[in-house]
Write a protein that binds this ligand. Structure first.
Ligand code: 13P
Length: 250
């Protein structure tokens, strides 16, 4: 990874942990990571645990991100949460376009609007992209990822670079224990960077790999030239294993 791109390791908790469990986790993680880590560290609790996590991590360098946002700031959107609401409880960033959200109905158009809305509100947006197993087997990974990134960044501009991160997460590697090889991760992250270069200074853009990252494979994946960190699911639910992945990035 380039010296200009500070590594980021983010833990996506998905639909796990109560506020009490989040508090306990965050206190343990802060002790393990220390006060001045050489990498950026974030946790992405479910909505109900965001305030507890932000409270437990106040005064530490560990950030709290949400797992999704709605594109509107407020309104008649039952069940949704906006970027300004998240900022108010101490959230600094958000995932957008995770494959599990896309599978639940989030469209490319919504993803693009949410990237814009998150950046405009002042959040760091971690845009997620990645292909299915069928797409990979058909040899269409590059075309698929290119289309997803172009669509999501349709309204992103050079000035947005500091509030944008892109995570490449092949769907077939998520929660399966089957990790992309370092070469596959590198190839796809290089594609992401090349496509993002149409919009931003991609040499300064952080691109993460996600999909069955664990303490045993993290260092090799993150040592690839275009991989600037990791978006971790299952292995981020335990403070020790997540801290080991942070260590691997350092
Ligand atoms: P796993 O690390 O559990 O495969 O999940 C990856 C992921 O979806 C992170 O957003």
């Amino acid at each position: 990874m380039s010296a200009g791109r500070r590594p980021l390791v983010a833990g996506n908790w998905k639909m796990h942990k109560t506020p009490g469990e989040a508090r306990e986790f965050c206190t343990a993680l802060a002790a393990l990571v220390g006060s001045e880590p050489s990498v950026d560290v974030a946790v992405c609790p479910p909505y109900t645990a965001l305030a507890a996590a932000a409270d437990a991590l106040a005064g530490t360098s560990i950030a709290v991100y949400a797992q999704n946002i709605h594109e509107a700031a407020s309104g008649a959107h039952t069940g949704d949460i906006s970027a300004p609401m998240l900022l108010d409880v101490g959230v600094q960033g958000t995932l957008v376009g995770h494959s599990e959200r896309r599978a639940a109905g989030d469209t490319d158009d919504q993803v693009a609007l949410r990237v814009r809305a998150g950046i405009d509100a002042g959040l760091l947006v971690v845009l997620c992209c990645g292909e299915s197993l069928d797409t990979r087997r058909a040899g269409d990974t590059e075309r698929w990822v290119t289309r997803q990134v172009q669509s999501a960044l349709a309204d992103v501009h050079a000035a947005d670079i500091d509030r944008l991160v892109i995570a490449y997460e092949p769907i077939w590697a998520i929660g399966t224990g089957e990790t992309a090889t370092p070469a596959q991760a590198q190839d796809a992250c290089a594609t992401v960077r090349a496509v993002a270069a149409e919009r931003v200074d991609a040499a300064a853009l952080r691109v993460l790999y996600g999909g069955s990252v664990n303490p045993g494979n993290a260092a090799e994946l993150m040592s690839q030239a275009d991989v600037d960190g990791a978006l971790v699911g299952g292995a981020s639910l335990d403070p020790e294993s997540f801290a080991q992945i942070v260590e691997a990035a350092a």
